[in-house]
Design a protein around this ligand. Structure first.
Ligand SMILES: [Zn+2]
Length: 201
């Protein structure tokens, strides 16, 4: 190999290496867009964590929005969520970081509007978080419920596989015992559903 070809090979190798190190967002062809709407007390670490997890495990671009407060009535809240949803959204998931006495549920799904609500206040009891391990369990609950809501909104049914995030959970213990991701069949089906939704637009 002469010097010129050697230099060319080195430069080409460097260019390929740099390209491969670029953030995946620059290289990725997203299968859709999901809006994550943070409502209430700010927690930028958890917000970024959930957004990154959802993006990595659904193949969808995540659009992040934030609202500082919860509206007074549940009806007004759902109307606001519908207005904040983009026409490009596959679905919108609202993460409520507040305990509202009139919201005694962990999650709600409005299939027709493609809107879901995850009530973080009931998943992360801050008084009960005493250690890093407690914090990790609490944060994973939010990831799991967000993924389950998204799966439900795009049309995935409950999954019989106990470790799949689409497996039904009736309690926090159930939630803690399952995984954060779609099992391989649910993941494959999710990509088919998202691709079909993208092509229908
Ligand atoms: Zn599954």
């Amino acid at each position: 190999m002469n010097a010129t070809r050697f230099h060319f090979a080195c430069i080409a190798g460097i260019v390929v290496s740099i390209f491969c190190m670029l953030p995946s967002a620059l290289c990725q062809d997203y299968v859709g867009q999901i809006t994550l709407l943070w409502i209430g007390k700010p927690d930028t670490n958890l917000e970024a964590r959930v957004a990154g997890f959802v993006e990595a495990n659904t193949g969808c671009k995540v659009r992040k929005l934030a609202e500082p407060y919860v509206l007074e009535s549940f009806e007004a809240e759902t109307n606001r969520l519908a207005r904040l949803s983009s026409k490009d959204d596959v679905c919108l998931v609202a993460l409520f970081n507040t305990i509202q006495t009139n919201m005694a549920f962990c999650k709600a799904v409005f299939q027709a509007d493609r809107i879901g609500i995850c009530n973080i206040g009931l998943l992360r009891n801050e008084d009960a978080i005493k250690s890093q391990a407690d914090q990790e369990i609490a944060d994973r609950r939010v990831e799991k419920e967000s993924m389950n809501i998204i799966g439900t909104l795009i049309g995935l049914p409950p999954c019989p596989f106990p470790l799949c995030v689409m497996h039904s959970s009736q309690s926090l213990e159930d939630l803690d015992s399952k995984g954060r991701n779609f099992c391989p069949p649910c993941h494959s089906k999710s990509q088919d559903l998202l691709t079909a939704a993208k092509n229908a637009k």
